[in-house]
Ligand binder design. Structure first.
Ligand code: FES
Ligand SMILES: [Fe+2]
Length: 349
């Protein structure tokens, strides 16, 4: 893109809230077993738990008796029991049992905590904190169950505003930071498309990986097998999440859970495609499922390494902002302005 000009960035965006009328990812499916789990989404403390059928429920994490966290409690035949005095709550957040109630005493009236809309989908727990009359569909991750994709998941948990992470993920010029991990290099922005709900940025880059032979997977472990070649690199901010494709071989998602103005959690999912191996597709489904499960996490070292390097930069940006919120920056990548416009438009009243 030859229209790239130097611009000055301001920091108002670091005070921006979220649009609650979207699905956010608050946990992985695996994180919720038989115990209730505490999660946080944009200053709200929430408890997740499974009923006896394994279905997920989400309630405000506060016992209305004495305001302690319900996540310290346990599940007693589908009810969530508070650890302190044993009051029990149903899936809708209503108090249904006070264990020491005397015969002539009644359950407190309107003793109810907030229930959240929650879904378990594609290996993650999705929560909708907004107005449920507006329910939309969560972002689809078709690769999660597709036998031709090998997944790796890494958690990004840092002290900083969510805008720093999405700006990092949309600005592919930061491949410079990851040189020693050989992820991609020489990115060049070709085009940006903006709509009210998404920003798509199209880059050309040099990739080190080509997964077109069965042994190519070993490139993930042995740097000597990697060779630079050009590939299209597309990154999309599909508010509030991020999706990227690098050539035909990789698809990466980043699922956001903004916790507060200064804390963010996100799940990075890396998929390696096995689409090029036609012979593999003829094998029995059971075997292919076995291979998919066996290879789960094969890019863990690479992914965790990238995340670590990014977190150092992002947390430093947040610190610099807190020390001097008025400090302006210099920016050549117009994708940053597009991302900030999208965040601002989403929270407009
Ligand atoms: S504080 Fe929860 S039962 Fe008393
Ligand atoms: Fe990065």
């Amino acid at each position: 893109m030859n229209s790239e000009k130097l611009s000055h960035t301001t920091n108002d965006i670091r005070q921006s809230g979220i649009n609650p009328n979207h699905w956010y990812v608050v946990a992985t499916s695996q994180e919720i077993k038989t115990q209730p789990l505490e999660v946080k989404l944009w200053n709200q403390n929430i408890v997740l738990f499974r009923d006896s059928l394994g279905k997920i429920h989400a309630l405000e994490n506060r016992c209305p008796h004495r305001q302690v966290k319900l996540s310290h409690g346990k599940i007693i035949s589908d009810y969530l029991e508070c650890a302190y005095h044993g009051w029990q709550f149903n899936n809708q957040g209503e108090c249904v049992i006070v264990p020491y109630l005397e015969d002539k005493q009644k359950l407190p009236k309107n003793c109810k905590i907030r229930e959240y809309s929650v879904k378990e989908l594609d290996g993650f727990i999705w929560l909708f904190p907004g107005d449920t009359s507006n329910l939309i569909q969560p972002l689809a991750i078709p690769e999660w169950d597709n036998l031709n994709y090998i997944a790796t998941v890494s958690v990004i948990h840092y002290q900083g505003h969510f805008s720093f992470l999405i700006e990092n993920l949309m600005d592919m010029y930061h491949g410079h930071l990851h040189q020693d991990l050989q992820a991609w290099t020489d990115a060049q922005l070709e085009k940006i498309e903006e709509t009210p709900n998404r920003v798509d940025a199209y880059y050309q880059a040099q990739s080190y990986y080509k997964i077109d032979k069965i042994w190519s997977i070993s490139q993930l472990f042995f740097p000597g097998l990697r060779k630079l070649h050009p590939e299209p690199l597309t990154v999309s901010y599909i508010y509030p999440h991020w999706v990227s494709t690098l050539g035909e071989y990789f698809k990466i998602y980043c699922l956001f859970c903004p916790i507060s103005l200064t804390e963010t959690r996100a799940y990075l999912i890396h998929f390696t495609s096995l689409n090029a191996f036609l012979r593999l597709h003829k094998l029995p489904i059971k075997f292919r499922r076995f291979v998919k499960d066996l290879c789960f996490g094969s890019a863990q070292k690479l992914l965790d390494g990238l995340v670590k390097q990014d977190i150092i930069m992002i947390e430093e940006e947040q610190q610099a902002y807190l020390e001097n919120p008025q400090q302006k920056g210099y920016e050549f990548n117009p994708t940053i302005a597009s991302v900030q416009r999208l965040i601002q438009n989403q929270v407009k009243p």
